[in-house]
Design a protein around this ligand. Structure first.
Ligand code: GDP
Ligand code: MG
Length: 162
């Protein structure tokens, strides 16, 4: 069975950008509008002949009413289908209360979690990622999804762990 990786995180952290890079698909909507991808979206990736499946989600905001509730349902469904969670955070914006809430939620699933500190282009990666270690995840990767920085070695490590 191919591993199934769910991209989880609040809106605008770069989930769809990473999805598109890994699947070479333009299907996921990428925009500056938080929460534009409102359904989950599936794609396949290939890393040196090792296949995997990716699920893009609209993102969790912490406030689960209306469209947010629908997105949260999609996200929970994606997590249920996944073999591992790729939890994205924004290394430029820093740690937010929503990140902490999502961290608590996904820890309860018992699935392996890989923390991806995204958008480290143009910033000091170690400094940007330092505060995210407080979330308590041991597998931490610093990436820039829009440029591809750190992405190949991250996938290599993640697939080795599964
Ligand atoms: P999503 O809501 O989590 O799916 O986030 P998107 O993939 O739609 O990205 C939100 C915004 O962040 C877009 O303007 C992207 O171009 C930008 N973005 C994504 N990855 C990076 C990155 O590595 N570096 C920078 N500087 N911007 C990024
Ligand atoms: Mg998106």
């Amino acid at each position: 069975m191919k591993p199934v990786l769910a991209l989880i995180g609040r809106p605008n952290v770069g989930k769809s950008t990473l999805f598109n890079r890994l699947t070479r698909s333009r299907d996921a909507l990428v925009a500056d509008f938080p929460g534009l991808t409102r359904d989950r979206k599936y794609g396949t990736g290939d890393h040196h002949g090792r296949g995997y499946m990716l699920i893009d989600t609209g993102g969790l905001s912490g406030e689960e009413t209306g469209i947010d509730e629908y997105m949260a349902k999609q996200t929970r469904a994606a997590i249920a289908e996944s073999s591992a969670i790729l939890f994205l955070v924004d290394g430029r914006q820093g740690l937010t209360a929503a990140d902490e809430q999502i961290a608590r939620d996904i820890r309860q699933t018992g699935k392996p979690v890989f923390l991806l500190v995204n958008k480290i282009d143009g910033v000091d990666a170690d400094q940007a990622s330092a505060e995210f270690y407080a979330l308590g995840f041991t597998e931490v990767f610093m990436i820039a999804a829009s440029q591809g920085r750190g992405v190949t070695s991250m996938i290599d490590d993640i697939l080795d762990h599964l």
